[in-house]
Design a protein around this ligand. Structure first.
Ligand code: HPA
Length: 296
């Protein structure tokens, strides 16, 4: 057990149930699949599927494109625990919908969390179908899942967020993408509360704030994971150009809607699976025989 993660809590109870379903399974990396990306689980070898409904404290996603299944298996040779589906702030169940699930991954032994999502691009040259590695975020949800009494068993009251998106892991993802010939953009991800898409004025605001992509997820999970000591790396699938970015006229923009988002993310599934598998293989090779949580 990673230090500090006490037994008896919901994450520990969920971890015990998972251990009973798959005795001896010790995932080293966790993964969260965003809208339309659930198909990535097909790339997992030797998979065990556990519905979220069987696991105490796990969310019940209410949005199409989010399956609500934990899939255990190997990707790139690394034992992983993959959360196919997330709960979002806009679903109205609070901001801590993913807290137990993420802490459970840590309790199972995951050192790292790979976050994926669908996002709109604020950079006209990075259009639908492209992948963007997240190098930092701006939390505009107006809320934080770490609000409330702090559980010191998981992490500190005031966790630092400089380096939240791990520079070493990001460099590794960049290298693997280059090796695979996958053009990987990089940028700052702004989390907006949704569920409405942004107005053109909001997109112009986000561009001025320094955002390169916009979405409605990922940031809460990053905060929870960093709080309990997991290294985080992230990749957004660009599903559309965000509405209103400077320099792009209306005729060149497809209207954004959830179905288009799911379709565009679904089309990128095989590429995301291959990239993450290559990344994990590279990481696993390097870390064989090494012990401590670290980055790079
Ligand atoms: N805005 C917010 N979330 C999104 C978008 C967008 O344009 N595309 C996919 N998720």
């Amino acid at each position: 057990m990673p230090p500090g993660l006490t037994t008896g809590s919901a994450p520990a109870q969920a971890a015990a149930l998972i251990a009973a379903r798959r005795p001896g399974w010790a995932p080293r990396a966790g993964m969260i699949l965003g809208s339309g990306l659930g198909g990535v689980t097909a790339a997992l070898a030797d998979a065990t599927v556990i519905p979220y409904g069987d696991l105490p404290g796990f969310p019940v996603p209410s949005v199409s494109g989010h399956a609500g299944r934990l899939v255990l298996g190997r990707l790139g040779g690394v034992p992983v625990a993959c959360l196919a589906g997330r709960q979002h702030w806009y679903e109205g169940a609070g901001l801590d919908g993913m807290t137990v699930a993420v802490r459970c991954l840590r309790r199972l032994g995951c050192e790292m969390l790979v976050l994926t999502c669908a996002a709109g691009s604020l950079r006209p040259e990075v259009g639908a179908g492209r992948l963007m590695m997240v190098v930092d975020h701006i939390n505009l949800l107006g809320a934080n899942p770490l609000t409330g009494p702090n559980d010191n068993a998981f992490g500190p009251r005031f966790p630092a967020m400089a380096g939240a998106w791990d520079a070493g892991l990001s460099a590794r993802l960049r290298r693997v993408a280059a090796r695979q010939g996958v053009p990987l953009a990089e940028g700052v991800y702004a989390a907006m509360p949704g569920p409405s898409f942004e107005t053109p004025a909001e997109i112009r605001m986000l561009a001025r704030l320094g955002a390169d992509a916009v979405g409605m997820s990922m940031v809460p999970e990053c905060l929870i994971a960093r709080h309990c000591g997991m290294a985080v790396v992230g990749c957004a699938v660009i599903t559309n150009l965000a509405q209103g970015e400077p320099g792009l006229e209306t005729a060149e923009r497809e209207p954004v809607d959830h179905e288009r988002t799911l379709a565009a993310a679904g089309a990128a599934t095989a590429q995301v699976a291959r990239l993450v598998a290559g990344f994990l293989e590279d990481w696993g090779d390097d870390r064989t025989g090494r012990e401590s949580v670290g980055t790079g």
